[in-house]
Design a binder for this molecule. Structure first.
Ligand code: HEC
Length: 240
């Protein structure tokens, strides 16, 4: 039984937590747990933040607009969204910012975000923490960076080393207007884009999870059969 539980935990629990440096707070996500799913409206809101804010610097090279049909968008809907960005629905989401100008302006090349939530321990918890981890509070900054914030960098509580080259991308509310009227607070935008990044990193998540459940059912039936077989065999042996 213990093995079954371990297997279940292995198949179902998301990535381990713990970020680099300060431990990142654990949030509740709609894609977690047995009831977890990709929520179309949430992915849509995350897409809105990703394309209207993040895409200015970051690419999402492992997805295109057509991928959105896997979470319930119709072809007409993705056509409209892609058209608004002047993109083909089969084109990768590539930022217009080229690497050379990025390096010159920010000193670092903004990494591709499609696999980011898999590349960092903590996944969506980490992305969310970094996005809301900026602060101007001198006391807080002094606590983490007694020497001050390096030239060109920005204080961030959760980024390893606490000095990040990315200027606060979600510096205030209402940077986007949501399709469903949800209020675009900083926390909301951060949560939505982190959910979107989780989806881009593992679009197959629930196919895998469902497979896990079938494996458990199979093992359960197999255990009962093994038990019944053993009993039948022993019954014969005891008779003699
Ligand atoms: C103005 C350009 C710019 C915008 C806009 C921007 N970023 Fe960044 N981002 C950067 C740069 C530059 C880095 C590299 C930071 C570093 O390594 O110090 C970065 C790094 C990151 C990282 C990686 C942190 C790590 O652990 O390496 C994440 C996650 C991230 N950005 C998410 C986002 C999200 C989500 C958005 C949209 C809400 C966004 N960024 C918008 C420039 C930008």
């Amino acid at each position: 039984m213990k093995n079954l539980l371990l297997l279940a935990a292995f198949l179902i629990t998301p990535l381990a937590h713990a970020g680099g440096g300060v431990e990142v707070p654990q949030e509740k996500w709609s894609f977690q747990g047995l009831q977890g799913k990709w929520d179309k409206d949430e992915i849509y809101r995350g897409y809105t933040v990703a394309t209207q804010v993040c895409l200015a610097c970051h690419s999402f090279k492992y997805i295109n607009h057509r991928s959105l049909m896997r979470v319930g968008f119709t072809e007409a809907e993705v056509q409209t969204l892609a058209k608004a960005l002047n993109m083909d629905i089969n084109a990768k989401l590539i930022s217009a910012l080229d690497e050379a100008s990025a390096k010159e302006t920010y000193g670092k090349i903004p990494p591709d975000l499609s696999m980011m939530n898999k590349a960092r321990a903590g996944g969506a918890d980490y992305s969310h923490a970094v996005l809301v981890g900026y602060s101007e509070d001198p006391e807080l900054i002094k606590h983490y960076l007694p020497e001050g914030v390096p030239q060109g960098a920005h204080f961030n509580k959760y980024f390893p080393g606490h000095a990040i080259a990315m200027p606060n991308p979600l510096s205030g509310p209402d940077m986007v207007t949501y399709h469903d009227g949800t209020s675009a607070t900083v926390d909301q935008m951060s949560r939505d884009v982190s959910t979107f990044m989780q989806w881009t990193a593992e679009p197959e998540r629930f196919e895998r999870q469902h497979l896990g459940v079938y494996v458990l059912i199979y093992l359960f039936i197999f255990t009962i059969l093994a038990f019944l077989t053993k009993r039948a065999i022993w019954k014969d042996i005891k008779k003699h």
